[in-house]
Design a protein around this ligand. Sequence first.
Ligand SMILES: Nc1ncnc2c1ncn2[C@@H]1O[C@H](COP(=O)(O)OP(=O)(O)OP(=O)(O)O)[C@@H](O)[C@H]1O
Ligand SMILES: [Mg+2]
Length: 357
Amino acid sequence: MTLHQIELSGVNKYYGAYHALRDIDLKIRKGSFVALVGPSGCGKSTLLRSLAGLESISAGDLVIAGTRMNGVPPRKRDLAMVFQSYALYPHMTVEENLTYSLRMRGVGKEEARRKAEEVATTTGLSALLGRYPRELSGGQRQRVAMSRAIIRNPKAFLFDEPLSNLDAALRVHMRKEIRALHDRLGATSVYVTHDQVEAMTMADHVVVMRQGVIEQQGAPLELYDRPANQFVAGFIGSPAMNFVPAQVGADGRSVVLDLGTPHTVALAKSLEAGRVLIVGIRPEHLQLAGEADAGLRLPVGSVESTGAATYVTTATQPELVVVLNSRVSIRPGETLPLHLDPAHLHLFDRETQIRLA
Ligand SMILES: Nc1ncnc2c1ncn2[C@@H]1O[C@H](COP(=O)(O)OP(=O)(O)OP(=O)(O)O)[C@@H](O)[C@H]1O
Ligand SMILES: [Mg+2]
């Protein structure tokens, strides 16, 4: 019995001269929900399509359920792909859409119908089996696309931005639905999204990509708490982490932030005096302090309130975003006394942008 349902090692992909995937190593455990996330064009769909066999890989190895699958055609890989476009057959009812692939593989009419009913119960489509895709809402169509994947009982589900056609509220609802379905089926899922919140909330394991490279992979909170480099730090978390150029003070125990004017804050451990850095500060880690214990006093640029939280942008260079989870009456031009826990500072090398241990 293999622990890993899918294993990629040293996978590279070229489109002509364009190097789309670079030395990808990825192990996907059976039963896990893995999200591939990164900016547009970073290679997420290419990686997913390579798993499915819709693209051939140029170098490296792909193993699915213990068998090497390089060069094996898609239909023999036993994976099910769910797209954002749903790709439903418009002239077929929901039931026909569900049973089509089974019928093509020679499953009898009655058995196919029984399976369709069973899957429809799981996905809440029982009452809609006789409808045509045009008679369904976006969320219902998405469920049909999911059901069509489930009915094949695949070794893994591959999702490529399946929710991007839905409005914000339905998207949040469908996230939960897909994750619950994954758990109920004991499935293995690989889920592509450019939305880091979707990746963080749905997945057990998040893979952050940039320009064909895996920048970091791990549990969602691992990536949030200890981003390996400035790119991951800026990509994970909303609002995004603030970055400030800085230099370690003469005592080695403090760092001077360059916010147009110098601001000195304490470090959690000592560093080489004079070293230049980038300091990362998450907006939620800057909290309102009393006048006496403020480690940082910053001029207020603008203030926005969502009701639940107050977003302050400082009048500094660079600007910092501060999220206060309380209602405060502050105005532009005033000075904001802030507390900053040294343990919450993220330190990156100015040259390499890599996290300092
Ligand atoms: N068939 C192709 N021929 C040549 N280049 C391609 C081909 N398909 C994709 N690419 C290029 O490979 C890179 C990765 O594309 P891919 O579709 O994997 O990105 P993505 O991460 O899925 O982006 P998005 O979030 O926009 O969907 C892009 O620069 C793209 O232009
Ligand atoms: Mg894509």
